[in-house]
Design a protein around this ligand. Structure first.
Ligand SMILES: Cc1cc2nc3c(=O)[nH]c(=O)nc-3n(C[C@H](O)[C@H](O)[C@H](O)COP(=O)(O)O)c2cc1C
Length: 162
């Protein structure tokens, strides 16, 4: 089985989880890169929060810069931070652009209290012809402390090996 980890991350918390998953599964790691970069300086959080809210309220589809090819993969991990109680709008862009029919999607996310916020169910609705495995929500502070054990336990439960 060929595994791919796709992730979107601004403050690099989700990136840390994605990197750990790739390490433990032998997956290829691909970042979802926006054409218009987001400000990763945490001291500018309020501006990012406002901008993300606008994207959400206006149902925007921020463009993805890199070409993402999922054709050679069976299991595709998809990771993102919670933004305004759902996933960032660029994740909608991803699901609009790619067809995951026949693939297995394994969602994961970082958050500050919202857990997955119902996003795993949203993914199942957006991709009815994919199999969705149990996802992994990780608190930002836990992810920053190191998430190797949590990832290991979860991979065992969903039975994904290297
Ligand atoms: C614009 C914005 C909106 C956020 N909204 C939520 C939210 O609704 N619920 C939540 O639990 N955390 C929320 N957070 C916290 C992020 O999910 C958390 O900081 C995450 O770990 C960041 O991931 P990253 O480091 O990969 O960018 C928000 C953060 C930002 C920047």
């Amino acid at each position: 089985m060929k595994n791919l980890v796709l992730y979107f991350s601004v403050y690099e918390t989700t990136k840390a989880v994605a990197t750990e998953i790739a390490k433990q599964t032998g997956a290829d790691l691909v970042e979802i890169e926006p054409v218009k970069p987001y400000d990763g300086d945490r001291s500018h959080y309020n501006a990012l929060a406002r901008y993300a809210k606008k994207e959400h309220d206006e149902d925007m589809r921020p463009a993805i810069k890199n070409k993402i090819d999922i054709s050679g993969y069976d299991n595709i991990f998809i990771g993102y931070p919670m933004w305004w109680y759902t996933f960032p709008m660029i994740i909608y862009t991803l699901f609009d652009a790619l067809d995951f029919s026949g693939k297995t999607i394994i969602p994961f996310n970082t958050h500050m209290g919202s857990s997955d916020g119902g996003t795993y169910r949203t993914i199942a609705e957006l991709e009815p012809n994919a199999t969705i495995l149990k996802g992994l929500p990780i608190e930002m502070s836990d992810a920053e402390r190191g998430c190797a054990d949590k990832v290991k336990k979860w991979l065992k439960i969903i039975n994904i090996n290297k």
